[in-house]
Design a protein around this ligand. Structure first.
Ligand SMILES: [Zn+2]
Ligand SMILES: [Zn+2]
Length: 264
């Protein structure tokens, strides 16, 4: 089975990812407006009616901005844990009870022909999860907001053929940048975000020939550039003597526009 993955938007202004298997598809997060999601799907020739549900990683606005409208407009079920539901549902943000699906950490569920497991990650929300998704023999792991990589996330990351992992900030840009000290400390903490060097050195530790596509995600607008994120990985691999084979690719996901479809 060939899988199709694309990012519609990735970064602190909004996250939304698509995974399909030719017949059906799912979205992971809906952090941009429902209008933008519909427009981008159309541009990518993805039929909205082929989408069978939305998986949600946590309650931050850059992951749920379009959730309410999108799920209502297209009658889409939304899947996340009870604790994340409690943090999402407010008098201002209502999801139709018919669309609410509660999932449990590390308990496989099935949607759109995929077998899916949620796993916990460390981030400063009431609860944050990553997803490990299997379609036939192919495995993808998505983890976009995490302050450090614990053993559990490492386990799911190592199992992936396609990995979406945060590379949020360049450490020097963050230190020298204009953010207030408390915000720098928050971003840099174990419950904040992953920096380029953290992500790169972890990737160098776990890279194998099973890991075919690496997507660097959730880049900061103010504290990173796509070139810095990518070059940090290449330099780390070079320093460690790691050579990618011809099938392996590293992508940087665009912040505000879709990144072309990856078929694998
Ligand atoms: Zn985020
Ligand atoms: Zn977040």
């Amino acid at each position: 089975m060939e899988l199709n993955f694309c990012s519609l938007s990735s970064g602190s202004s909004g996250n939304c990812y698509y995974l399909g298997n030719g017949l059906h598809g799912i979205l992971i997060d809906a952090g941009i407006s429902a209008t933008s999601i519909s427009k981008f799907l159309k541009e990518m020739d993805i039929l909205i009616h082929s989408i069978e549900g939305i998986l949600v990683t946590h309650n931050h606005i850059d992951h749920v901005r379009g959730l309410e409208v999108l799920s209502r407009k297209f009658n889409l079920p939304v899947f996340t844990t009870n604790k994340i539901w409690e943090s999402i549902l407010t008098p201002k943000k209502k999801i139709s009870p018919d669309s609410i699906r509660e999932i449990h950490l590390k308990q496989e569920f099935h949607l759109a022909g995929f077998d899916i497991e949620a796993f916990p990650v460390c981030h400063d929300a009431p609860e944050t999860i990553g997803f490990h998704i299997c379609g036939g023999e192919k495995k993808i792991t998505i983890t976009t907001d995490l302050g450090h990589i614990c053993n559990t996330s490492a386990h799911y990351i190592k199992a992936a053929n396609l990995l979406v992992i945060e590379s949020n900030y360049d450490e020097q840009m963050l230190i020298q940048g204009k953010y207030p000290e408390f915000l720098k400390a928050r971003i840099n903490s174990d419950n904040g975000h992953l920096g380029n060097h953290q992500t790169s050195s972890f990737l160098a530790d776990v890279i194998s020939e099973n890991l075919i596509n690496i997507c660097l995600a959730h880049l900061s607008q103010n504290n990173n550039t796509p070139e810095l994120a990518l070059n940090t990985v290449y330099k780390t691999f070079l320093d460690r003597g790691i050579i990618l084979n011809g099938n392996q690719h590293i992508y940087v996901l665009n912040r505000n526009v879709p990144t072309g479809m990856i078929r694998f």
